[in-house]
Design a protein around this ligand. Structure first.
Ligand SMILES: Nc1nc2c(ncn2[C@@H]2O[C@H](COP(=O)(O)OP(=O)(O)OP(=O)(O)O)[C@@H](O)[C@H]2O)c(=O)[nH]1
Ligand code: SF4
Ligand code: SF4
Length: 306
C-alpha cells in the first residue's frame, strides 16, 4: 500500500474524465484545475487504474466537469471495473435517466448527484439550465439501481440555506444519502467577494445534528461524520463535508487525483502539485516507470490545512 510522508494511506483515485460540462454552475471549481487539451483514452485510463490497483488503490471515483458528457463513458466504466472494489461517479444527473441502466450493467457501483435545490427557478439560477424535473427523474431511476445514491448539496448563504431541512426530508423519502457540502476555496480566495457572500458555515448545523441524531458514524475518509436523523417517520442519512481549515479532514485524506489531461495531482486545493503520467505513457514508459511516477506523486502529498 502507498503511504505518504504524513502516514496517510492512499486508497482512492479520483479521476476527472473531462473538464467539459453541460451545466454552468456559478460556483464551479472544476476540481481545482485548468486542464490542458490532452484527453486520456479509455485504454490509457484503464492502464493507470491497473497500475494503481497494484499499488493498493481500491476505490475509484469518476468526476469531471461532467463525466457522462464523454461518449465513451460506458466503455471506461467497463474497462476499469475489474481492478477496483468500489467504483463510483459524481455527476450532475443530466444524463442519468438515459444512462443509469447501461452504467449499472457496465459495473458502476454507485453515484453521487449534485442537487443544490428542489426549487426549479433556483435550480436554473444556480446551474444556468431549467432542467430540474429531468434531473429528478434521473435520480428516481438511480435509486432503484444504485446503492447508495448520494445527493450533493453545496450550501450557500442566501441561495439555498433555507432548504436544508427540505433536502433532508427529500433524501429520507427517496432513500438517498444527503451530503451537505460547505463551500471550500483555497486560502488566497478567502477574501474573495464570492466566499464572503456565499460561505455558510456548517458547524452549528452539525452541533444540532449531534443532538438530534439517533446514531453518528465517522468515516475513515476525511473523518467525515454521518448523522442518522429521524424525520417524518423515516431516518435520513446526512453526511457533512466541512473542509475549510479542517486539519482533521486533511490528515485523513486518502485520495490521489488524476486530471482530465493526464497528471497525477496530490490535492484538490493545490493547483501546482502535479506530475505528468500521460506524457511518459505516450512515450512508451514501462509499468515499472509508471509505478515510480505514482510513488513520486505520493512523496509530494501534503495536507492542505495543517
Ligand atoms: N477538500 C477536499 N474536498 C473534497 C475532497 N473530496 C471531495 N471533496 C468535497 O466533497 C464534495 C463531494 O464530493 P464527491 O465527488 O461527491 O465525492 P465524495 O463525497 O468525496 O466521495 P464518496 O462519499 O466516497 O462518494 C466535493 O464537491 C468537494 O467539495 C477532497 O479530497 N478534499
Ligand atoms: S455540474 Fe458540476 S462540473 Fe458542471 S458546472 Fe456544475 S459544479 Fe461544475
Ligand atoms: S489534503 Fe487536499 S485533497 Fe486532501 S482533504 Fe485536504 S484539501 Fe482535500
Amino acid at each position: 500500500m502507498l503511504i505518504d510522508r504524513f502516514g496517510r494511506p492512499v486508497t482512492n483515485l479520483r479521476i476527472s474524465l473531462t473538464k467539459e460540462c453541460n451545466l454552468a454552475c456559478f460556483y464551479c471549481h472544476r476540481e481545482g484545475q485548468d486542464d490542458g487539451e490532452r484527453v486520456m483514452t479509455p485504454e490509457e485510463i484503464e492502464r493507470v487504474v491497473r497500475i494503481a490497483s497494484r499499488l493498493g488503490i481500491r476505490k475509484v471515483k469518476l468526476t469531471g466537469g461532467e463525466p457522462t458528457v464523454r461518449e465513451d463513458i460506458v466503455e471506461i466504466v467497463r474497462r476499469i471495473r475489474p481492478y477496483v472494489v468500489d467504483l463510483s461517479m459524481t455527476t450532475n444527473g443530466t444524463t442519468l435517466y438515459r444512462l443509469a441502466e447501461e452504467l449499472r450493467e457496465a459495473g458502476l457501483d454507485r453515484v453521487n448527484v449534485s442537487l443544490d435545490t428542489l426549487d426549479r427557478k433556483k435550480y436554473k439560477k444556480i446551474t444556468g439550465f431549467d432542467v430540474l424535473p429531468w434531473i429528478l427523474r434521473g435520480i428516481e431511476k438511480a435509486v432503484k439501481l444504485f446503492h447508495p445514491v448520494k445527493l450533493n448539496m453545496v450550501v450557500m448563504r442566501g441561495i439555498n440555506d433555507d432548504e436544508i431541512w427540505d433536502m433532508i426530508r427529500f433524501a429520507a423519502e427517496i432513500g438517498a444519502v444527503l451530503q451537505l457540502i460547505e463551500i471550500e476555496v483555497p486560502r488566497e480566495m478567502e477574501d474573495s467577494p464570492f466566499f464572503r457572500e456565499f460561505f455558510y458555515p456548517l458547524k452549528p448545523l452539525e452541533e444540532e445534528f449531534e443532538r438530534l441524531a439517533l446514531e453518528v458514524r465517522e468515516r475513515r475518509m476525511h473523518r467525515r461524520r454521518k448523522y442518522f436523523i429521524p424525520i417524518d417517520g423515516k431516518v435520513a442519512e446526512v453526511e457533512v463535508v466541512r473542509s475549510m481549515h479542517n486539519t482533521v479532514f486533511c490528515m485523513n485524506c486518502t485520495r490521489l487525483r488524476l486530471t482530465a489531461d493526464g497528471y497525477l495531482k496530490t490535492c484538490l486545493l493545490r493547483k501546482n502539485d502535479l506530475i505528468d503520467i500521460l506524457g511518459p505513457m505516450r512515450e512508451g514508459a514501462s509499468d515499472a516507470k509508471l509505478v515510480e511516477i505514482f510513488k513520486e506523486a505520493i512523496l509530494m502529498r501534503r495536507p492542505y490545512w495543517k
